[in-house]
Design a binder for this molecule. Structure first.
Ligand SMILES: [Zn+2]
Length: 291
């Protein structure tokens, strides 16, 4: 039988007679239940195909995150049409602030609160101290928006998905001070000292496919116990060093493989634990069985 994996002909073996094409083009004999805890599905090119691939790769739940008013609207719509597979989180990303005036920020905060019952979390939110981001929205403006959205999360007891690039300490301090109980510092690459505080507080970090090659992210994964780890793709981000590719939710198997390799723990153990973590973090137990 001639098999194709992402358009590339392969002689790889089939899995129990049923060929499963995984994104890293490695044919696996075992498919695990996985949760992609951070995906920008509103930016996906061929969403139906991407979701179909994800199911075949073992993905049982995708948390779709929004970043501004328009992407939140799309995210809600996508989740509504993929009940029990895609669950929405609504957000206010620091990258979006530079393009928003004060009334648009207020409108987005109201939108998040008005739809809070439909969501399983708030994100993507956070702070980004990259100089280009600060030029568009300075630290004070970012903090003001972050504080407002954290207050919403606390009031409604929702978990938050936090972007903390170059702002690891400030982001952690603000989350802790807000009283939010569940937080994931997604794609964490920051200081080990802050990571220790994140872990001590019972918060999480999430591993992306960059765990295959990015030194700072690999160190963070190594230093984080499995009980504080989630998996994600942040799709459609472009990953890779020599060979670049645009991520889809099925690429969460790469995150799984990276964590297993870094920690020298079997993939099935990493899959079971991170999926259990994700379902509890987003308060989803029982929903998969109903699907
Ligand atoms: Zn993201």
């Amino acid at each position: 039988m001639v098999l194709f994996c992402r358009g590339v002909q392969t002689n790889a073996p089939t899995c129990a007679g049923r060929p499963v094409c995984l994104p890293d083009r490695r044919w696996r004999t075992q498919i695990y239940k996985l949760v992609d805890t951070h995906a920008h599905l509103d930016e996906a090119e061929d969403l139906d195909k991407a979701l179909d691939e994800a199911r075949k790769a073992g993905v049982v739940v995708i948390i779709a995150v929004g970043q501004d008013y328009e992407s939140n609207l799309k995210t809600l719509d996508i989740a509504e049409r993929r009940n029990h597979f895609v669950y929405p989180a609504l957000g206010l990303h620091p990258w979006s602030l530079g393009k928003m005036n004060g009334s648009k920020v207020d409108l987005t905060l109201r939108q998040i609160e008005d739809n809070i019952e439909k969501t399983v979390g708030i994100g993507e939110i956070g702070l980004d101290y990259d100089k280009r981001v600060i030029a568009a929205a300075d630290r004070e403006r970012q903090k003001e928006a972050f504080k407002a959205v954290l207050e919403l999360a606390r009031r409604h007891d929702k978990p938050v998905s936090v972007h903390a690039r170059y702002s690891w300490k400030d982001s952690f301090d603000m989350v802790k001070e807000s009283g939010v109980k569940r937080a994931v510092f997604h794609w964490y690459t920051g200081f080990s000292s802050v990571l220790r505080e994140i872990i001590a507080e019972g918060y999480f970090i999430s591993a992306t496919p960059a765990g295959e090659y990015h030194d700072e992210h690999r160190r963070a994964i190594r230093e984080t116990p499995l009980q504080n780890l989630l998996l994600e793709t942040d799709c459609p981000v472009t990953y890779g060093r020599e060979i670049k590719y645009q991520a889809r939710p099925s690429d969460v198997v790469r995150s799984l493989g990276a964590v297993a390799q870094i920690k020298a723990v079997a993939e099935n153990i990493v899959a079971d634990k991170t999926t259990e973590n994700a379902l509890r973090f987003f308060d989803l137990p029982g929903r998969i069985e109903k699907a």
